[in-house]
Ligand binder design. Structure first.
Ligand code: PEP
Length: 245
């Protein structure tokens, strides 16, 4: 299976910038073996999907509501993302968990809504610095996995230690290897054989310079990239470091 390199553009880019960035990624994607995905702000998913038509780059949202429609001012439903061209959706990102109080239970409901709409969820898990210093990182991630993933789960997990997101600090390859091995064990414990097939991405300050090392770690099936995904050349350089897993 090819590694997945997913760009989380977060709350960046005006519409013309988003379309230009998408086109730059698509233009350089021809020789790339990895599976490529970009996740613009929901408002630009339609325009970015249009710009990427005929390319190998997929589009996703950064969040969705747990209901398919209704009285939820300001929210975006999974079928709406799918309707305008999204195939994926990031769920339970730490910025959603921290800034919007999203719980594991809510993320689980959102996964179900995404699946019902035909979207593949990328569910983010990861510990804070305090939890890591306190030696609780595996316990925290284990709980997040059991609480956030519905059964069955047809999606991808992104391990994103909070202290590595947007900080320029990356987990060491050994930290990543240990946590990904733990997540795999946990998936097999919770999902049986099906747990072996769930892809686990790493996210947290992935850059062209550290991508080859991180993407070579066992059980790393790709990367979720924030800051570096806003520069097409950097994003493509990361994708060039991908391998088959
Ligand atoms: C993210 O927020 O998903 C992320 C990985 O960000 P960054 O690459 O900027 O650390």
């Amino acid at each position: 299976m090819r590694q997945l390199i997913a760009g989380n553009w977060k709350m960046n880019c005006l519409s013309a910038e988003a379309v230009a960035l998408a086109k730059d990624v698509a233009a350089g994607a021809g020789d790339i073996q990895a599976e490529l995905l970009v996740c613009p702000v929901a408002l630009h998913v339609a325009a970015v999907a249009q710009a990427l038509k005929g390319s190998t780059v997929a589009v996703g949202g950064q969040d969705c509501h747990q209901e398919a429609k209704g009285a939820h001012t300001g929210d975006i439903a999974a079928p709406m993302l799918a309707d305008v061209g999204a195939a994926w959706v990031i769920l339970g990102h730490s910025e959603r968990r921290q800034n919007h109080g999203e719980t594991d239970e809510l993320v689980r409901e959102k996964c179900l809504a995404a699946a019902a709409a035909g979207l593949t969820p990328i569910v983010c898990v990861g510990e804070t610095e305090e939890q890591r210093v306190g030696g609780q990182e595996t316990e925290v991630v284990g709980w997040q996995i059991s609480g956030s993933l519905p059964k069955p789960f047809n999606g991808v997990i992104a391990y994103e230690p909070l202290w590595a997101i947007g900080t320029g600090r990356t987990a060491t390859e050994q930290d990543v290897a240990n946590m990904h091995a733990f997540i795999r064990e946990e998936l097999v414990r919770q999902f049986g054989e099906a747990g072996r097939g769930i892809r686990i991405l790493y996210g947290g300050s992935v850059r062209p310079a550290n991508a080859p090392g991180l993407l070579a770690v066992p059980e790393v099936a790709g990367a979720l990239v924030g800051g570096a995904s806003l520069n097409a050349a950097d994003f493509l350089a990361i994708a060039r470091a991908a391998r088959s897993v």
